[in-house]
Design a protein around this ligand. Sequence first.
Ligand code: 5GP
Ligand code: ZN
Length: 135
Amino acid sequence: MDCIFCKIIRGEIPCAKIFEDENTLAFLSIGPISKGHTLVIPKKHAEVYMDLDDESINDLATTLKKVATMVKKGTGADGLNLGLNVHEAAGQVVPHVHFHVIPRINGDGLSTWPGGTYEDGEIEEWTKKIKGALE
Ligand code: 5GP
Ligand code: ZN
């Protein structure tokens, strides 16, 4: 398969490995938002998070907790952003599920997302739309 992260998993492309177990892998991003920016991925290929089966999600969550703890301690960061981009519209470039673990330092100046507002009655409409999508 032509997926770059699958190639990393198979050892065809090198990576700076942080952690590996049977079903997951964590390695440094080559384009770090901050030093120590780590990616946590399932070894089973899936394009987006919602494509993963529940067992893979559990494995990924367990490794994410472990790696987040390692990154915070190892980098001495004051905080972390744990992030997941789903599809191109949300900034996903590599089509293999990956959590971002991004070290943050107090006052590092990295901007966060702007908060918007709801008009009267709008929050109820959006609640209804999303709750109505439960399968
Ligand atoms: P996305 O925008 O898809 O959520 O994030 C892709 C991440 O993968 C970015 O942090 C980017 O720097 C990283 N990345 C892309 N290609 C490679 C690669 O070949 N090796 C490593 N280690 N990271 C990669
Ligand atoms: Zn893949």
